[in-house]
Design a protein around this ligand. Sequence first.
Ligand SMILES: Cc1cc2nc3c(=O)[nH]c(=O)nc-3n(C[C@H](O)[C@H](O)[C@H](O)COP(=O)(O)OP(=O)(O)OC[C@H]3O[C@@H](n4cnc5c(N)ncnc54)[C@H](O)[C@@H]3O)c2cc1C
Length: 435
Amino acid sequence: MYTALRLQRKLKRELRHGAVQVIVVDPEPYMTYQPFLPEAAAGSISPRHVVVPLRRVLGDCQVIIGEVTAIQHGKRTATIRTLATEEEGTGSIEVHYDELVLAPGSVSRTLPVPGLAETGIGFKTVEEAIGLRNHVLEQLDIASSTRDPDVRDSALTFVFVGGGYAGVEALGELEDMARYAVRYYHNIAPEDLKWILVEATNRILPEVGEEMGRYAVSELRSRNIDVRLETRLDSCQDRIAVLSDGSRFPTRTLVWTAGVKPSPILAATDLPLNDRGRLACTAALQVDGVEHAWAAGDAASVPDRTAAEPGAVCAPNAQHAVRQAKVLAENLLASLDGRPLSDYEHKYVGSVASLGLHRGVAHLYGRKAKGYPAWFMHRVYHLSRVPTFNRKARVLAEWILSGLFKREIVSLGSLENPRAEFKLAADTGRHPEAS
Ligand SMILES: Cc1cc2nc3c(=O)[nH]c(=O)nc-3n(C[C@H](O)[C@H](O)[C@H](O)COP(=O)(O)OP(=O)(O)OC[C@H]3O[C@@H](n4cnc5c(N)ncnc54)[C@H](O)[C@@H]3O)c2cc1C
């Protein structure tokens, strides 16, 4: 979206006269600002405001809602599956291009843990974040109404695997939200909830540095969250999470955020990948050794020109992705004009993470902060980064409103099955004796 935005701005006249066409393909009609997903899960921001509608911001581009299933760069052809092609049974359409910009990001990196594919949930999309919010609130309802102590215990146990941004922030925000919500349940006390964070290495949140990572562990533990370092999930069959330290937790909630891997579409192209499956790129964001192909973001392996060690590449995060996208657009235009290209260079400025309402940890521009100041920095930083003035204004308004009123604690899980009520009515209408 950022590359297309810049091309749209620089090629306004050409786009309007039809001399140039910019085609953006994405299965979703929006761009997701992923750092806001934990707050969306907690209910501090509504789901609509963590996404940016592509058609609204890319008015001069052609937006195709569909999934690229293959790219034959040798023939300059992308194969795209859309809802229409599926419905019509035509399979897919082919789009021909002159220049290719590939930025499909990453997907959850799963491991062959027994039961994971059947029971785990990821935390990369707005659907997953809202689904998880509804699920957690539903578990409180189950625990409150069951007479079976085993069901109650597993409903109130929440296991998160992976101590990066996604896992820690999602757990921090959801635990905070659930602890607040139980005040409205007559038979659940905050101490009845069991939250477990499982991390394979000896630290969490590597993005904020070692000292702040240690602080994050002690902050979470002070809230009774069971943080288990140097521990792995061995299996999660039959709703029982078994950890490598031998402990077993009956649970109905298993959130898997143990890293990402490049989007599978990369393997369906004729472009060169490195040993980690990312597109091997030059510092100018061209796919190495391939003409007219460009890449940025999590899918691209771009040399980190600011790192001391040779061969270092940029980490997959939004900080690099957004900046690379803008340099990429400038370089693409320069290459069309026959001008020299610039190399991408950005020194990582550190990071901020929220651990729940009014709690956070930050190591940004050399400054370390924890607690309320870090949480405040987190909000200011992300508000300044979320794209478009429209989204900034809406998010700010929501934060102000949620500061003035009580938190929303309703589960709208039934939204995921909107036809259920009508279907029941129609079925009982067909068999009136059943009503
Ligand atoms: C919960 C969470 C919190 C995070 N917090 C931070 C943070 O605080 N700071 C930070 O720097 N980073 C953070 N990150 C990481 C950051 O969000 C990513 O690094 C960044 O979004 C990568 O950008 P991208 O453009 O490469 O990929 P994405 O943002 O994932 O975009 C890829 C796009 O490509 C589309 N796509 C994928 N496959 C296809 C296909 N086959 N055909 C067509 N379209 C396709 C997808 O639908 C998507 O819209 C966080 C991530 C998560 C999940």
